[in-house]
Design a protein around this ligand. Structure first.
Ligand code: ADP
Length: 176
């Protein structure tokens, strides 16, 4: 059985991540999305929230599971019985860091290989950071993240008035 892990911060998950998850899950028997628990100083979402959101948006993919992990990626991969790490590449700026990380991991764990999927061009510009910045000011997030995530981000920043469907619900309440 071929098992891969796809690690990241996913704060929050975007269409770019989802595209990598969908494509890589077709290449393996089991894909484990690992939400890193020691990466970010001030995350927008807690690790538990990030895991739940990822579970929601990957529920249509039967061989994908989501879990959090703490510590070294090589240890997490070993615990999962995974021989592959999946990472996404957007631009040359990702490359140096990714290359260094995959080489370090191979020194620590020679059986562990990293495969890189190039981003879908539609999402080449997209990062969780962009989503957080646009969300903070109540911008339209629909091109960046699935609707359930739009709602969570807007809620986090207190923009509940911008949540789609809310106006209809309020109108209905008034009529009732
Ligand atoms: P990290 O903090 O580990 O970089 P991220 O959540 O930012 O975690 O990203 C996880 C992985 O997904 C990384 O390999 C990153 O390059 C990739 N990724 C992020 N955004 C995109 C995107 N828009 N298209 C393709 N890959 C992406």
């Amino acid at each position: 059985m071929r098992t891969a892990v796809y690690p990241g911060s996913f704060d929050p998950v975007t269409f770019g991540h989802l595209d990598i998850i969908e494509r890589s899950s077709k290449m393996v028997d089991r894909l484990i999305v690992g939400v890193l628990d020691n990466g970010l100083k001030n995350p927008l979402f807690s690790v538990e929230e990030r895991v739940t959101m990822l579970e929601e948006v990957t529920s249509h993919l039967p061989n994908v599971t989501v879990t959090s992990f703490h510590g070294l990626l090589v240890d997490f991969a070993r615990q999962c019985g995974a021989g592959l790490v999946v990472r996404g590449l957007r631009a040359i700026t990702d490359f140096e860091y990714e290359l260094q990380m995959s080489q370090t991991n191979r020194i620590m764990c020679p059986q562990l290989d990293t495969i890189f999927l190039t981003t879908d061009l539609r999402y080449a510009y997209l990062s969780s950071h962009t989503v957080r910045e646009v969300g903070r000011f109540g911008g339209d997030l629909s091109a960046f993240v699935p609707p359930v995530i739009v709602e969570q981000v807007l809620k986090k920043f207190g923009h509940t008035d911008l949540i789609e469907g809310k106006q209809e619900l309020e109108d209905k309440d008034e009529q009732d």
